[in-house]
Each structure stands twice: as structure tokens, then as C-alpha cells.
Design a protein around this ligand. Structure first.
Ligand code: ROI
Length: 162
């Protein structure tokens, strides 16, 4: 059974643009999975502490026959290969790969909660997804209707780079 999975990609350390570009080539090679769509790459204002570099963000859609936890293992192996260090909560990171949606399923266990709790509050997840899925429905309403609820300063700082 194939699942459509939507992931968020973020980086703000060690040449984040290259981290994200490399991550995309690696994500395209995850076993039993196929990369269907990828957004542009965007420069975004950090959510959380402001005394950290800007982020590069993107969203990708894949199809996979892996289970959610198997897929999460693949993402975490990629994060680790990019020498991610989890030192500061909501602090800088070399590569962050989050499962935002796992088909239409709700998953809630100690390793994974989807839909991602913060998805709809964040410019850096909502706008890239809208670029590739303009008619996406989130909890029964068109995602595009949520844009006006997002923080204006984050919207102003959101810049397409590639
Ligand atoms: N802020 C932005 N702009 N992009 C991210 O990917 C990101 N990731 C995070 C925190 C630290 C919450 N802030 C972020 O994990």
C-alpha cells in the first residue's frame, strides 16, 4: 500500500542552501519511495530564538510503501549524516526533516505525531506546500485560506531563492 507523505526540510547552519540541495538528492533515493514533487527553496525568518541565522526551507511530497516509522528512520539517518546536533531547543540545525502529513492518517506515538502540530502556524511549511499543492485541504478548509492568519513579519521575510 502506498502512502503519500509530505515532508518539511529546513537548515540554517554549515551552508544551509547546500545542505538542503544535497538532502533533496538523498530524499529522492529513499528505498521503496518515489519523490513526486518538491517546492522551490526559500529563505525564511527563524521561528524561535532570533539570534540564529536565517533558514533555508522547502517542502516535498513522496509516495512510499514504507511504514511511517521506517520512513522516519530513513529521514533521521539522513539528518544524522548531515551531522545534526540537537543542542538548543528551537535552536540552529544543519538539517531538519519533519514528516508533516502521512496520507490522511493521524499518528500519535512517542516518536511521531502527524499531522505535525505546528504545520499550520508556520509560513515556512504552509507557503511551500501551497506552491506545489494549491488546493490542499487542511482539517476541512482550503489551506490557502490560512495564509492571512500567519505572522505578517514572517510573511514579509519569506523569500524564494531557487
Ligand atoms: N524556523 C524557520 N524559519 N525554519 C525552520 O525550518 C525552523 N525549524 C525549527 C525552528 C527552530 C522551530 N525554527 C525554524 O525547528
Amino acid at each position: 500500500m502506498n502512502t503519500k507523505v509530505i515532508i518539511g526540510i529546513g537548515a540554517n547552519l554549515n551552508n544551509p542552501l547546500e545542505q538542503v540541495k544535497l538532502a533533496l538528492t538523498e530524499i529522492a533515493q529513499i528505498k521503496n519511495s518515489k519523490l513526486l514533487k518538491c517546492s522551490s527553496l526559500y529563505e525564511t525568518k527563524p521561528v524561535g530564538p532570533q539570534d540564529q541565522p536565517k533558514f533555508i526551507n522547502a517542502v516535498a511530497i513522496l509516495e512510499t510503501s514504507l511504514t511511517a516509522l521506517e520512513f522516519l528512520d530513513e529521514l533521521q539517518a539522513l539528518e544524522n549524516s548531515h551531522l545534526r546536533k540537537r543542542i538548543i531547543h528551537w535552536g540552529p540545525r544543519t538539517l531538519d526533516l519533519d514528516i508533516l502529513f502521512w496520507g490522511n492518517e493521524e499518528i500519535n506515538n512517542e516518536r511521531l505525531i502527524v499531522p505535525h502540530k505546528e504545520f499550520s502556524n508556520r509560513v515556512f511549511t504552509v507557503l511551500p506546500l501551497l506552491e506545489i499543492e494549491p488546493n490542499f485541504i487542511y482539517k476541512g478548509t482550503p489551506l490557502k485560506n490560512l495564509v492571512s492568519t500567519l505572522p505578517q513579519d514572517d510573511l514579509d521575510a519569506f523569500v524564494k531563492i531557487k
